[in-house]
Design a protein around this ligand. Structure first.
Ligand code: ADP
Length: 400
């Protein structure tokens, strides 16, 4: 029997996919349908050991895009014998503490979380529905971005707002990037030679979206993102924490509408907003070397806020075993790691600059020096692999 898993991440205008053999940890096929619904939509497919191939696929909807992907994999000789499908689902609310096999009840609960993630959950549901129609005999599993954070205690997830807002409308901190934080927690435990259930960490996932998590005894006990992925750290285009009074001011004095605020806070802020140049850390680091002062300021704000958040989360992860960097910036931007760690002297952290420079996707491991009170680790994340592993585990337990 095949143990290959199709992993799907169905976004509002994109469909990321991969076929993974979880036990061997090999990715057989991966790809992306981008700009779904638009004239410029494309399908990019990469088979292991081959170059990726990109073809136009204008105006398709999600369902058609999925069919095309399956056809294309088939036509190119890919193995479509699958044990199951694992879906990344953004919001599981308080329903899900772990990954689950999708049943009609589960699907209804996912839909009940739509109001908490209106951009993401409906798109995830479209992916689940399309598979139910096209591959009805295969089991489907939902792996939630929020599930790892369901262990966060009430004192860390409660906003200091009237309690009715939580009771009636479920407004609380949920946290995101849970699959990534869980994956690097498991990997860090291996590298520290400790059981996961004994490991205390702060994990920093720094991609276009950024979040940091306190892990105590292997469980998430606090995280920087909140009800939505807007809270916390400075991100590519999202503002992270701001004074809520500032929003009231924009509404009252500047006449901002909800849509305008939404666009400004999510799409025009963060690194892009401060620099006025780009949301991309590579571009900003380069611009800084050319004397761009706003790019330099954006990087400084990013690093300072990250250091401050990590120090705060260390309270919940005490006694800390390690600090972990992951995500595109965390894995590749050695200068950012260096600047953040320099500001974390209170944790007794010091890194080895030459080893730090070596690290990237292909050089993971310890970047702290022998003086450091705490190991600092760089661990490439692999959310797809964890989704495939969870899916296979659930599918196998049902099959037995
Ligand atoms: P996503 O959240 O979309 O998955 P990624 O995890 O790929 O994003 O991270 C994207 C970020 O990583 C971008 O800001 C990009 O500039 C940054 N990044 C990638 N490679 C490097 C590098 N070599 N140096 C600095 N930043 C990098």
């Amino acid at each position: 029997m095949s143990s290959n898993i199709l992993v799907l991440n169905s976004g509002s205008s994109s469909l990321k996919f991969a076929i993974i053999e979880p036990a061997e940890e090999t990715t057989l096929v991966s790809g992306l349908v981008d700009r779904i619904g638009q004239d410029s939509a494309t399908i990019k497919i990469k088979f292991a050991d081959k170059d990726s191939v990109t073809t136009p696929y204008p105006k398709a909807d999600h369902h058609q895009a999925l069919l095309k992907v399956l056809d294309q994999i088939n036509a190119d000789g890919g193995d479509l014998t699958l044990a199951g499908i694992g879906h990344r689902v953004v919001h599981g609310g308080e329903f899900f503490r772990q990954s689950v096999t999708i049943t009609p009840t589960v699907l209804a609960q996912i839909k009940a979380c739509n109001h908490l993630a209106p951009l993401h959950n409906p798109a995830n549901v479209v992916g689940i529905d399309a598979i139910s129609e096209e591959l009805p005999d295969l089991p489907q599993v939902a792996v939630f971005d929020t599930a790892f954070h369901q262990s966060i205690p009430a004192h860390a997830f409660t906003y200091a707002l009237p309690n009715e807002l939580y009771k009636k409308h479920s407004l609380r901190r949920y946290g995101f990037h849970g699959t990534s934080h869980r994956y690097v927690t498991m990997e860090a435990a291996k590298r520290l030679d400790k059981p996961v259930a004994q490991v205390n960490l702060v994990t920093a996932h720094l991609g276009n979206g950024c979040s940091a998590t306190a892990v105590h005894l292997g469980k998430s006990v606090d995280t920087s993102m909140g009800l939505t992925p807007l809270e916390g750290l400075v991100m590519g285009t999202r503002c992270g924490d701001v004074d809520p009074g500032l929003l009231l001011h924009l509404i009252d004095s500047q006449g901002y509408s909800p849509d305008e605020l939404n666009k400004m806070l999510n799409k025009e802020s963060g690194l892009l907003g401060i620099s006025g140049l780009s949301n991309d850390m590579r571009t900003l680091l380069h611009a800084e070397t050319e004397g761009d002062r706003q790019a330099a300021l954006a990087i400084s704000v990013f690093c300072y806020r990250l250091a401050k958040t990590i120090a705060g989360l260390a309270v919940s992860a005490h006694p800390l075993d390690a600090l972990v960097f992951t995500g595109g910036i965390g894995e590749n931007a050695s200068l950012i790691r260096q600047r953040v760690c320099q500001q974390l002297a209170l944790l007794g952290i010091s890194i080895d600059p030459s080893v730090n420079k070596l690290h990237g996707k292909d050089h993971s491991g310890v970047i702290s020096d022998s003086q450091s009170k705490l190991p600092v680790l760089v661990i490439p994340t692999n959310e797809e692999l964890l989704i495939a592993k969870d899916t296979l585990a659930l599918v196998s337990s049902v099959a037995q």
